[in-house]
Ligand binder design. Structure first.
Ligand code: NAI
Length: 307
């Protein structure tokens, strides 16, 4: 297979000052991309700012012969990041929404500010950057967007109600953008990474941290950001050398008699049936979401078009 190249492409990586984003930015640049290295440079809680964080990655890329500019705006002002790309390189092809913070607290101790700031950076930040890039991608008939979700969003995690909500929200955002973007060759996909970067390295044994290098997430992000990627609306778990796609699965459908009605006791009586998965029903679209209802109503009603 021909090597995947980003020659001629302009790539925004948010939160590219360290951790996963830094590794992505350097890998994109090594394959010919012109990279907007965005990073606010704050603490892991999103406090403060440090322009040297984005600049040091940009310097490293340039020292290695690559092309990059530093941008130190918060993703909350996504239009400024996209404007940097347009001012400097005149186009935007790829957005990797990666910037993130954590403000963990058990739910009963979580402040309004901790809730809102995590939603603002992860979910609204990705919205702001992607929305600013979107018209340019539509106009050129090409774009690739990667959202960064998390196992905490997919499965929940103690003390991360704000982060979980934002991270699953990003998946929902990606799914609708994937539907809207595909006709213009804008493909949107989501990753749920695991990597020993600063958000979790401190609480990990050193050998485990070494096995979870950002380098093991980067190949998937570059693939999803490339012309070779032809899929949209996928979510993939990635880390430690493993990559896997996730999907929804529907259990046995329990169909009650809607004419006579049914009770909470009927739900209780059929609960076990409803917990079993036949293994052949994997809804992927909103139409599939209503599939069982449509099939049930088709048995009861004449849903054929009238001529
Ligand atoms: P990190 O803390 O090493 O890097 C995140 C970067 O985002 C930092 O450089 C920070 O300065 C930047 N940032 C924070 N707020 C910003 C803002 N408002 N505007 C611009 N930049 C901002 O984190 P890591 O581990 O590399 O995570 C990257 C992404 O992957 C995050 O979205 C995180 O939630 C997600 N993730 C990471 C996992 C992991 O195992 N490391 C697990 C699941 C998801």
């Amino acid at each position: 297979m021909t090597a995947i190249s980003f020659e001629g492409r302009v790539v925004i990586v948010t939160g590219a000052g360290q951790g996963l984003g830094r590794n992505y930015a350097q890998a994109f640049a090594a394959r010919g991309a012109r990279v907007i290295v965005n990073d606010l440079g704050g603490s892991f809680k999103g406090e403060g700012a440090d322009v040297s964080v984005a600049q040091s990655v940009t310097d490293a890329i340039k020292a290695a012969g690559g092309d990059a500019i530093a941008n130190t705006d918060s993703v909350e002002q996504g239009h400024r990041i996209v404007q940097s790309a347009l001012d400097c390189y005149g186009r935007i092809d790829v957005v990797v929404n990666n910037a993130g913070i954590v403000r963990d607290a058990a739910f009963h101790k979580m402040s309004q500010e901790d809730w809102e700031q995590v939603i603002r950076v992860h979910l609204s930040g990705a919205f702001q950057v992607t929305r600013a890039a979107w018209p340019h991608m539509r106009a050129q008939g090409y774009g690739r967007v990667v959202m960064t979700s998390s196992g905490a969003g997919l499965y929940g995690n103690f003390g991360q109600a704000n982060y979980s909500a934002a991270k699953l929200g990003l998946y929902g955002l990606a799914q609708s953008l994937a539907i809207e973007g595909v006709s213009k060759n804008i493909l949107v996909n989501t990753i749920a990474p695991v990597s020993a970067s600063r958000l979790i390295a401190a609480v990990m044994p050193a050998d485990l941290a070494a096995a979870l290098k950002p380098e093991f997430v980067t190949p998937l992000v570059l693939y999803l950001s490339s012309e070779y990627c032809k899929v949209a609306a996928q979510i993939l778990e990635v880390g430690g050398g493993c990559v896997a796609r996730l999907r929804w699965e529907r259990s046995n459908v329990v169909s009650f008699d809607s004419q006579s009605g049914f009770s909470p006791e009927d739900i209780a009586a059929s609960w076990e049936t409803m917990q079993q998965f036949p293994g052949n029903d994997y809804p992927t679209t909103i139409a599939d979401c209503f599939g069982p209802v449509r099939r049930k109503l088709a048995d009861q009603l004449d849903l054929k078009p009238k001529h």
